[in-house]
Design a protein around this ligand. Structure first.
Ligand code: NAD
Ligand code: UPG
Length: 452
């Protein structure tokens, strides 16, 4: 019986392994993590992450062929295939700080695999890593191998949060990269057999190691670039009277462009896009390609510009200051259907509001945190507020009774829609002053500065 162990029970390791366990009943799957609170949650009725459909998959397999454990070494030692799905955040200190991927979690996992293994293993890179990481991992493992053979594969994950289970059931493709050697080919075949339980074989793409590693960074860079492109257009739409939704639709019907990922927004967030582009930029710089690095860096610059532009719209509309005003932030996650707030644009927007306080009103003690309160209900959040900022496109915010919201707010009442989900004309009829990204401007906002 094939045994799989996945190191890292996070947003990727948990759902991915749960789906493998569901689709491959004859395979034993162990998901291990050093974070005991996370493992306890995976073993409880309250899973550590919110993902539609995940509870159901876990309930079907947990305790049968899916196990969550903190006994990392035992499960790694027993496994034939070890997935490594640990976090690879941006380095905050030292060489490459602010750009390069921090591979300390990866390296310690690799050293541990080398230490505890007593049988041959396929080691699969599931985390998103810089190109050539597999070579570094090979070196670590082969220098410690004690006669054991380790074959490294790259199998990057393309799921998006909020649709992880759907994406895992029905991936656009599964990508497996390996060495072009007999051992590499054999390992690719073993992993391909796992996915072939439910993924059509023509959707399982096999490449060399470096192509697989780079494809993951390239895919995220292209996706994020689309958002920055449409967001750049949104600024031009506001300046000219064009409507970004109409422009997106018009260009998206061109089959060469396609309709997806063209929603203008307050900016992209999440733990992946910025981190992976910075990683790509660093790799370009290290390979002597400064022009290529600058090109990709611009995607992040436009994203930062979009968040700043949004805050400036809010502040300039509200008589050039938000100091002393109540602003209701609707939604904090970086997108709907996830509880994940890593790198969410809402954080940057709220921080920029803090900056707008005049010096004499600057919070001076830790108790100033009281200026933020968190409530469950949108009606409570908006009561007596001067303005509303919609930061996440939760369906709940589309269906609010905006007349009721308006009646309970200070006047003039503002809605700043960072996700373009409200019906602008309907809200304007109620009496709101509405700003929607990339849409024809409310007369209130005309002639006000969009960018400081
Ligand atoms: N979140 C996504 O949607 C997504 C999608 C595709 C790819 N990725 C990539 O997958 C990787 C994991 O992302 P994530 O969002 O699941 O991260 P995460 O932070 O949710 O999970 C990583 C887990 O690894 C554990 N860990 C770290 N070092 C360990 C060690 N030595 N031994 C055991 N456990 C260890 C941590 O405790 C943590 O629980 C990253 O490289 C990310 O870029 C993420
Ligand atoms: O038209 C769009 C689409 C998305 N977004 C924003 O972009 C961010 C990222 O969204 P999405 O890509 O759907 O979610 P992620 O979970 O970050 O998934 C991305 O990052 C993952 C981690 O690498 C990859 O696996 C996925 O393929 C890739 O889509 C979110 O803030 C969205 O609101 C927009 O502003 N406009």
């Amino acid at each position: 019986m094939v045994k799989i162990c996945c190191i890292g029970a996070g947003y990727v390791g948990g759902p991915t392994m749960a789906v493998i366990a569901l689709k491959c009943p004859e395979i034993q799957v162990a998901v291990v993590d050093i974070a005991s609170a996370r493992i306890n949650a995976w073993n409880s009725d309250h899973l550590p992450i919110y993902e539609p459909g995940l509870d159901d998959v876990v309930k079907q397999c947990r305790g049968k062929n899916l196990h969550f454990s903190t006994d990392v070494e035992k499960h790694v030692a027993e496994a034939d295939i070890v997935f490594v799905s640990v976090n690879t955040p941006t380095k905050t200190q030292g060489l490459g700080a602010g750009k390069a991927a921090d591979l300390t979690y990866w390296e310690s996992a690799a050293r541990m695999i080398g230490d505890v293994s007593k049988s041959d293993k396929i080691v699969v890179e599931k985390s998103t890593v810089p190109v050539k990481t597999a070579e570094a991992i090979e070196k670590i493992l082969t220098h410690n191998r004690k006669g054991i053979n380790f074959t490294i594969l790259s199998n990057p994950e393309f799921l998006a949060e909020g649709t992880a289970i759907k994406d895992l059931y029905n991936p656009d493709r599964v990508l497996i990269g390996g060495r072009e050697t007999p051992e590499g080919a054999k390992a690719i075949q073993t992993l391909r057999d796992v996915y072939a339980h439910w993924v059509p074989i023509d959707k399982i793409l096999c490449t060399n190691l470096w192509s697989a590693e780079l494809s993951k960074l390239a895919a995220n860079a292209f996706l994020a670039q689309r958002i920055s492109s449409v967001n750049a257009m949104s600024a031009l739409c506001e300046a000219t009277g064009a409507d970004v939704s109409q422009v997106s639709h018009a260009i998206g019907t061109d089959s060469r462009i396609g309709p997806k990922f063209l929603n203008a927004s307050v900016g992209f967030g999440g733990s992946c896009f910025q981190k992976d582009i910075l990683n790509l930029v660093y790799i370009c710089e290290c390979n002597g390609l400064p022009e290529v690095a600058t090109y990709w860096k611009q995607v992040i610059k436009v994203n930062d510009y979009q968040k700043t532009r949004f805050v400036n719209r809010v502040v300039s509309s509200m008589f050039n200051t938000v100091s002393g005003k109540k602003i209701a932030i609707l939604g904090f996650a970086f997108k709907k259907d996830t509880g994940d707030t890593r790198e969410t644009p809402a954080i940057d927007v709220c921080k920029k509001f803090d900056w707008d306080h005049p010096a004499h009103l600057q919070p001076s003690s830790p108790t100033s945190i009281k200026t933020v309160s968190v409530v469950w209900d949108a009606y409570e959040a908006t009561k007596d507020a001067h303005g509303i900022c919609i930061m996440t496109e939760w369906d709940e915010f589309k269906k609010l009774d905006y007349q009721k919201v308006y009646d309970n707010m200070q006047k003039p009442a503002f809605v700043f829609d960072g996700r373009n989900i409200v019906e602008v004309e309907k809200l304007r009829k109620i009496g709101f002053i509405v700003y929607s990204i990339g849409k024809p401007l409310d007369s209130w906002l005309k002639d006000m500065p969009a960018v400081a």
